[in-house]
Design a protein around this ligand. Structure first.
Ligand SMILES: Cc1cc2nc3c(=O)[nH]c(=O)nc-3n(C[C@H](O)[C@H](O)[C@H](O)COP(=O)(O)O)c2cc1C
Length: 421
């Protein structure tokens, strides 16, 4: 299968990591053109017309978010790059930073120009020390060559970009917890509304965008929205990075026009299908927080709407393939335990619910379960669904529900009689 390369163009050339190499393949041309020929409104309009949707998980239209920030009352305005990438199974942003850090910087500068921001921040996952050094170097180069700082490329536009390291908490990927953390506070989600576009960093209008979202912007500005819309579907335009990990022969990252292939084609044709002697039981399509799909659902196209129609999400496009190498009760217990450990504890249904889910799945793992356990699990899930500040607890409940609905026979393997407990 031959796909267009937008985000991944020239990624096999190690020089593209440097400013010189990036400029040699046309890098920063979009920024130069925008600053010299386009107004901030023109840049925003291009992003709006492209139909680009946020690649951090929720798929919110990027141009719309930017227009909220641009129109919001309050000064200064901020752009914050969400490079926390803490969702299990997700490593697409790392691929961008590793190979083309300047593409991210160029997209961030364009975003700031479009929204009238004078300062931008990159919030980087603590566990990415190598990427910290890559970004540090890229930012230094950009300042030295006049792409950041005062009067960028000799124009009236100025921008400072700061690199900030998180402290290793998954919840700090959630945009409002991220902002709390960036302000030096404990990383706990804020109640929304107000949304960050109205009251974000230090209470000022802020666009929080994912790495891949911003990295997609230079090509959109350079080639125009119609060109971008020629890839993907009407409601999910453009290309997207897909990570595949878990039970496949050939794990990796692919750039694919949205909706152009199915989940099955990605896993079996591109990622090589099951490992020797193993059977694939299910596929988690968008990172651990997205409900698993069983075999009859694998022919779903990889776009936002098709996944939503299946009751799951495209999420960050991070596919985790579940095979029979690990007993399913153990796998699900590990998954829900992740949420229990990472819950910030602000909301009781999340703090208590994730702990109880872990206990219950540990019981299924160690001594088996029976009908009463199933009823208790259903009650815990009902107690958690939709009752938290952020979707962390909800995700744990939702994925548990999907596993229970689709794999009950594998989860309740050693059905014990009530008296034998
Ligand atoms: C628990 C949790 C963790 C999240 N982690 C990330 C993350 O690591 N990176 C990211 O871009 N978005 C993450 N998000 C989504 C962000 O809250 C937000 O929607 C995103 O940064 C917006 O950017 P986008 O519109 O460009 O997608 C997370 C959300 C939740 C609820």
């Amino acid at each position: 299968m031959d796909f267009p390369k937008i985000l991944t163009a020239h990624m096999d050339d190690p020089d593209v990591r440097t400013l010189e190499g990036y400029v040699r393949v046309g890098g920063y041309e979009a920024l130069r053109m925008a600053l010299q020929e386009l107004s901030p409104e023109d840049v925003l309009q291009r992003v709006k017309d492209s139909g680009l949707r946020g690649r951090g998980g929720a798929g919110f239209p990027t141009g719309l978010k930017w227009s909220f920030v641009r129109q919001a009352k309050g000064d200064p305005k901020y752009v914050v790059v969400n490079a926390d990438e803490g969702e299990p199974g997700t490593f697409k942003d790392r691929v961008i930073i590793d190979h083309k850090p300047h593409m991210l910087l160029e997209g961030t500068i364009l975003a700031a120009y479009a929204m009238g921001a004078r300062e931008a921040y990159i919030y980087l996952r603590w566990e990415y020390p190598a990427q910290y050094r890559i970004l540090e170097q890229a930012i230094r180069e950009a300042y030295e060559h006049g792409y950041l700082g005062e009067r960028i490329l000799g124009t009236a536009f100025s921008l400072d970009l700061y690199l900030f390291r998180g402290a290793g908490a998954y919840i700090c990927g959630e945009e409002t917890a991220l902002l709390e953390s960036l302000e030096g506070k404990r990383g706990e989600p804020r109640l929304k509304p107000p949304f960050p576009a109205q009251a974000g960093l230090y209470g000022k209008p802020t666009a929080v965008n994912n790495v891949e979202t911003l990295a997609s912007v230079p090509a959109i500005v350079k080639h125009g929205p119609e060109w971008y819309r020629s890839f993907g579907t009407e409601k999910s335009p453009g290309t997207k990075l897909f990570n595949v990990s878990g039970g496949v022969k050939n794990p990796g990252t692919w750039e694919i026009p949205l909706g152009s292939i199915t989940l099955r084609e990605l896993v079996f044709d591109l990622a090589g299908g099951p490992r020797e002697g193993r059977t694939i039981l299910g596929i988690i399509p968008g990172g651990l927080s997205t409900p698993i799909l069983s075999e009859e659902e694998w022919d779903t196209p990889l776009d936002y709407e098709s996944m939503a129609a299946r009751g799951t999400f495209l999420g960050a496009g991070s596919v985790i393939v579940v095979d029979d190498a690990v007993p399913l009760p153990t796998l699900v217990r590990r998954a829900v335990e992740f949420y229990a450990v990472e819950s910030c504890s602000k909301c009781t249904p999340c703090r208590e619910g994730t702990a109880w889910l872990t206990r219950m799945f540990r019981k299924l793992e160690e001594v088996g379960g029976h009908g009463e356990d199933r009823q208790i699990l259903d009650k815990i899930i009902r107690y958690m669904r939709g009752k938290t500040f952020c979707p962390l607890g909800d995700s744990a409940a939702m994925i548990s529900q999907a596993f229970l609905e689709k794999y009950e026979d594998r989860l309740f393997v050693h059905v014990a009689s009530p008296g034998s407990r």
